[in-house]
Ligand binder design. Structure first.
Ligand code: ADP
Ligand code: ZN
Length: 649
């Protein structure tokens, strides 16, 4: 990071923690006094509109807000992008006293606090990024009741200074963000989270407590309730479906070419390309740069400054594409991510859905594309068998953990290769009731017309490969199954096999096509060398038992069925105005050294371009424009719209 940039960053961090400085006007909400007519829920709805600029709650939000306002503990599982923050930020505004939010990451806290200040809410964070002086100052302000919301790192809770503040403060509620960090079952276990319950016990009066996470598995949920000592929590489990995401699997012989093709189809958009390894990140970044794509790389092995710079360039829309390992993502609050491509298949659907779910958080249409090759299964199996973090476990535990990991991998592979509706598979995996078996908005559904269930035929092929002892290649197996006897075949007695001619009806070409698909799905594998032989793959037994449904598109077999994506035509009322508004946003963002989406999201700009407001009252009707943003930017954008209309006239 250059010195200049470093200073800017410093300034930003200095400005953020102290909501009393800077331009943040106080929000004047009509918080109901006792005896007033406005109910707390009325106040909550008013806050949604006035502070955040939204007309309606999203599913789950209203329930969460209402439960917190009633004084209940809350346990909320909501997928990424569902809008968890508002669930506790609105009660924070309505309730008397201060809200404490325990959060695992500095970057997450900084973004949240910054967004709140932009909306005119006094907020601050307390973590290790502050100097001792800044920290003391922020605590001093907190004591004076300056803030409505304080984000705090879990490790701070039991320190003397924080505890003495907390004991004397009027705490409206305590919120635990990314609550799965408390569980050792979760991927992000953070020992500091175990201090939350002891902290609450230290307080003279226990405030209401709510826990938020996007991780849905039973074991993690049970841990959250137990370890945070939630009291009879009100459960919120919103649907995991993300209707605006298009899911797509591309089986790519040449991943680089496929990735380039994908990026060409999404030129001008911003997105993430996840790679399985650091080396992969570097190679793919270099490959893209060679082809003139503005991509930056990101992985945990990079120097801190370089990594921070890559992230900032991506978030600020200076670099449209970031190529990253799974180290990238948590805590990155960029809403206008239009696509997430997985260059390699992840080890399970939890990881996949979490990473893919970073697309389209602004509610705009976005694409999640998985590039798949059979080698992915082998790599992941190897990684599971050689996992470092299992060396501490006893043999029996290790076996259980390995078996679970392999089952998850099996499900992931089934997602990539099995055909059928991708969305339905995801929802089923997360234990959700699937309303319709076909969503019509994924590559599985798009390819469906050409597909049929070939589970039985697949089983026949596997059986033949086993009967032939893995000693023959693809062509011979296909000839045997389709009953094409020749001298060589007879000589070896292959025409006497019960499999001989059992798939005559399919024809040799289709049998070959099916074999190719089964190889792609690691149901079968081929040996290396000049005469590749067909053998059982990892999932051969599942197919033989009929445990793994297989669907595929047959004939025409060359040219993989072109995916006919239904591109929903966006209602684009005024492109020219939108682009002017977008330029203005970029300017303001640069002046303030914040990412553009912090000023307004794309969805807000689009709505603004559509409505083209002329008055402040009209401006407030744009989704995403609340009082705070109106005061800050409303006039500038109104002027821009007026100037545009004048130019047009
Ligand atoms: P999560 O933490 O669940 O991943 P966020 O709280 O970051 O999600 O919200 C995701 C996006 O949705 C943000 O851009 C936010 O402003 C927007 N959002 C949240 N609630 C609403 C709502 N009721 N109406 C419209 N947009 C909303
Ligand atoms: Zn579908």
């Amino acid at each position: 990071m250059s010195k200049n940039e470093f200073q800017k960053r410093e300034m930003r961090e200095r400005r953020v923690p102290d909501g009393s400085q800077g331009e943040a006007p106080n929000v004047t909400l009509n918080i109901p006094k006792k005896g007033a007519e406005m109910t707390p829920m009325d106040a909550a709805r008013a806050a949604l509109k006035e502070v955040f600029g939204y007309d309606d709650f999203r599913p789950g939000q209203e329930d969460a807000v209402a439960a917190i306002l009633r004084g209940r503990d809350v346990m909320a599982v909501m997928p990424t992008g569902a809008g968890k923050s508002i669930c506790y930020q609105i009660p924070a505004l309505v309730l008397e006293g201060v809200t404490l939010v325990v959060s695992p990451l500095i970057s997450l806290m900084r973004d949240q606090v910054f967004a709140l200040l932009q909306n005119g809410v006094r907020a601050a964070y307390l973590n290790s990024s502050l100097t001792p002086r800044q920290y003391a100052l922020a605590l001093e302000n907190a004591r004076r009741g300056t803030y409505k919301i304080i984000y705090v790192a879990p490790e701070r809770l039991l320190t003397d200074s924080f505890l003495s503040f907390a004991k004397g403060a009027k705490i409206a509620q305590v919120v635990v963000d990314e609550a799965h960090c408390v569980s050792q079952w979760g991927q992000d276990f953070r020992p500091g989270y175990l201090q939350i319950a002891p902290f609450l016990r230290e307080l003279p009066r226990r405030p209401r407590l709510s826990a938020f996470t996007a991780t849905a598995t039973q074991a993690v949920r049970a841990d959250i309730v137990r370890l945070l000592e939630l009291q009879n929590p009100y459960d919120i489990l919103t649907g995991f479906d993300r209707p605006n995401l298009f899911f797509e699997v591309r089986r790519a012989k040449d991943r680089d070419a496929e990735l380039r093709r994908f990026l060409a189809e999404h030129r001008g958009q911003s997105g993430v390309v996840y790679c399985g390894t650091r080396k992969g990140v570097e190679e793919v970044t270099a490959m893209l740069n060679d082809c003139g794509v503005d991509a930056v790389g990101y992985h945990a092995g990079m120097a801190d400054e370089l990594r921070a710079k890559a992230q900032e360039d991506f978030v600020a829309d200076r670099a449209p594409v970031i190529v990253a390992t799974n180290a990238f993502g948590m805590g990155i609050d960029k809403s206008n991510v239009s696509f997430v491509v997985h260059y390699n298949m992840p080890k399970d659907l939890e990881s996949y859905y979490q990473e893919a779910g970073r697309a389209g958080r602004d509610g705009e249409d976005a694409v999640c594309c998985l590039l798949y090759q059979p080698g992915d299964v082998r790599l992941n199996t190897f990684l599971i068998d050689h996992a470092q973090d299992m060396s501490q476990m006893d043999e029996q535990t290790r076996q259980v953990v390995t078996a679970r990991a392999k089952e998850r991998l099996r499900q992931m592979t089934f997602y990539a290769t099995g055909g059928g509706c991708l969305r339905a598979k995801i929802l089923q995996y997360f234990g959700e009731k699937v309303e319709k078996p076909f969503c019509g908005n994924c590559s599985g559904c798009m390819a469906r017309e050409e597909e049929r269930d070939v589970s039985r035929q697949a089983g026949q092929i596997v059986a033949a490969v086993i009967a032939m002892n893995g000693r023959y290649g693809k062509a011979t197996v296909a000839r045997v199954l389709s009953g094409q006897a020749d001298a060589r075949l007879r000589e070896r007695g292959l025409d006497k096999l019960s499999a001989f001619g059992s798939m005559k009806a399919e024809g040799e070409a289709n049998v070959r096509a099916m074999i190719d698909e089964l190889i792609a799905g690691d149901v079968l594998t081929v040996t290396e060398g000049d005469y590749p032989l067909l053998r059982e793959g990892a999932y051969a037994r599942d197919v033989l038992r009929g445990d793994m449904p297989i669907r595929m598109a047959l004939l025409p077999t060359d040219a993989a069925p072109e995916i006919k994506r239904r591109v929903k035509q966006k209602e684009f009322v005024n492109k020219a105005l939108y682009s002017r508004l977008s330029d203005l946003r970029k300017q303001i963002a640069m002046d303030q050294n914040v990412p553009p989406f912090i000023i307004f999201t794309n969805a807000t700009l689009r709505d603004m371009a559509a409505k083209a407001p002329r008055t402040r009252a009209q401006m407030l009707r744009v989704a995403g424009v609340g009082e705070g943003k109106m005061q800050r930017y409303g006039d500038a954008f109104l002027r821009e719209i007026a100037a545009y209309e004048e130019d047009e006239a």
